[in-house]
Design a protein around this ligand. Sequence first.
Ligand SMILES: [Zn+2]
Length: 253
Amino acid sequence: MGDRLIELLSGAERILVFTGAGISTASGIPDYRGPQGVWTTRTPIYYYEFMTSSDQRRAYWQQKMEDFETWGAAAPNEVHGAIVRLEEAGKLEAVVTQNVDGLHAAAGTSRERLIEIHGTNREVECQSCRKRSAPEPHFEAFRRTGEPPVCECGGFLKPATISFGQDLRVDDLARAQRAADRCDLVLSLGSTLAVNPAASIPLYATQRGTPYVIINAGPTEHDRRFAVTLRLDGDVIDIVPPAVDAALQNSSR
Ligand SMILES: [Zn+2]
């Protein structure tokens, strides 16, 4: 089964990698939506609530600070590293990730090739002027004062993730669509492919007949419903790094 994966990776020149929570579990970050996830105990705060209620903004920053203290120091793992090696070998079209942990960027995937379709916790964004800044000073201030931080322009600051009820960024969707149009292989890693519209991105490519590989521990929404070239069931950390290394050795021969 690994041989077919190595063969597909060896032959590809413009890979679109689509990633979900399963690639960050080896970094100690649980699946937010899974049985260990925060949404089993927490009430989601919708974007309009954040924008209209100071109590909700305070509750939101409290949740984000707890997450930051728990997972803020998480480091990328061998799967993130293998994706960086694909880019260094000139075989990567783009990474589209549903994860908000910032670990692709931390591993070294370049900005031009990275589309964080649900945003990132590693930056804070002003909801008025869109200016971005590092999160640490804002969490420090929030810890000290208990007041949700505001931008110098007066706008509300929020970690740069897409909140419940908030639209995806049009630019990011357009970039993802372009990557899907250009790629010659789609690799979906550690995603149940259940959250749309993000999960529809691999399908833009498969509609053109692009080979589609899904690697995930457990079933996905695309199993048996769409044309899947290769389906491997298992932990991405066991499967992806060795296959990428073998493929890059083939390619350099
Ligand atoms: Zn601002």
